[in-house]
Write a protein that binds this ligand. Structure first.
Ligand SMILES: NC(=O)c1ccc[n+]([C@@H]2O[C@H](COP(=O)([O-])OP(=O)(O)OC[C@H]3O[C@@H](n4cnc5c(N)ncnc54)[C@H](OP(=O)(O)O)[C@@H]3O)[C@@H](O)[C@H]2O)c1
Length: 320
């Protein structure tokens, strides 16, 4: 088969021949229709993701839409220890796949499932989120953040504060459900103070930045809370602004802060997959807006290196 193949962690993948994987133990070989180029795919392909075992060559791609031998289409999440989904064919574990409705667009599903499931799973499985609560999305201008704003409202959030740097994409979030927007651009402490003013009393933070913005935002919010003992669930999902923070001990005593993560490993694969049909329904019915930029798999090297319009998700497609 043809596939995107990584032979060196400091080079983009190239479109090459690669041995077609052989199914075993209940796996099924599917024709891949579409696979998204998510940040997680890039970190896997450059060896920096925490699940990376350093082995090369590898085929990148963590999820996608495939066609089963009987013609049905499915969304599936690839196992960590098999070649990835950026190939003409891939191995599917039926326990990590869900059928696509007739009207589902495979490119939209491939673009949106990974960014959308981050907040969908976080709000539905990691905390006891209740309609009427308020949410801050930190890093709302990316694909996952934009989905988080929409999903929080869809799940009943009364207020959603969207915070991000890019002014154009920040403005768009009001039309997608944000009740307030806060710029993270400029002086970091001033940005944190703006956040503190706008989001002091939220119930939930969905955090895609971590690093400096989070480090400054935690005390900025907590010290301004009307009711310090009201629970604040801070859900760590991405680390676009850095992998670490320093957390002064007093913030954990001075307020009811509960920090947790949501991602691969924070719940079972079965628990995560069980959430996907409802999310696919939302995407198919058009209640969530996603921006997909389809490119042929054969152009993977160009897709990897050409800057794309921010806020869109590249999807590699095959002619299957
Ligand atoms: N745990 C999970 O289940 C899960 C699932 C999906 C994604 N994620 C993670 O979530 C994160 C976002 O994913 P994505 O798909 O939304 O990526 P994306 O579409 O590439 O967006 C990333 C956004 O991060 C923002 N950003 C980058 N550096 C920043 C900084 N220093 N300070 C503030 N904002 C910064 C940029 O916003 P501006 O243009 O406004 O600067 C950019 O739009 C990634 O870390 C990804 O791995 C986790």
């Amino acid at each position: 088969m043809r596939a995107a193949v990584v032979r060196s962690f400091d080079q983009p993948p190239r479109y090459e021949h690669f041995a077609t994987p052989v199914p075993s133990g209940g796996q099924v070989l599917v024709d891949v229709l579409a696979a998204g180029l998510h940040p997680r795919v890039r970190s896997g392909a450059n060896g920096t993701h925490y699940t990376s075992d350093g082995r090369l060559p590898l085929v990148p791609g963590i999820d996608g839409v495939g066609r089963l031998p009987d013609g049905r289409r499915v969304y599936f999440v690839a196992d960590d220890d098999v070649p990835g989904t950026m190939a003409e064919q891939a191995l599917l574990d039926p326990r990590r796949s869900v059928p696509l409705p007739e009207d589902a667009d495979p490119i939209v599903v491939a673009a949106a499932m990974n960014p959308a499931m981050s907040s969908w799973v976080a709000l539905r499985k990691r905390i006891s989120f209740r309609p009427g609560q308020s949410v801050l999305v930190l890093g709302a201008t990316g694909n996952a953040g934009r989905m988080a704003v929409q999903i929080a409202r869809r799940l009943g959030a009364a207020h959603v504060v969207a915070a991000g740097r890019d002014p154009g994409r920040l403005d768009l979030l009001t039309g997608l459900g944000a009740t307030d927007v806060v710029s993270l651009a400029g002086d970091p402490q001033e940005a944190a103070d703006r956040l503190g003013e706008a989001a002091a009393d939220v119930d939930v933070v969905i955090d895609y930045t971590w690093g400096a913005p989070t480090e400054l935002a935690i005390p900025a919010l907590l010290t301004r809370r009307t009711e310090r003992s009201a629970a604040l669930d801070w859900i760590q999902i991405g680390s676009m602004a850095g992998p670490d923070i320093t957390l002064p001990s007093f913030v954990l005593r001075a307020a009811n802060l509960r920090i947790m993560g949501s991602g691969q490993g924070s719940l079972t694969a079965a628990g995560m997959i069980a959430e996907l049909p409802a999310l696919i329904e939302e995407l198919s019915s058009g209640t969530l807006t996603a921006a997909a930029l389809p490119l042929p798999l054969a152009d993977v090297e160009r897709a990897w290196t050409t800057p794309t319009e921010p806020g869109g998700r590249v999807v590699l497609t095959t002619s299957a």
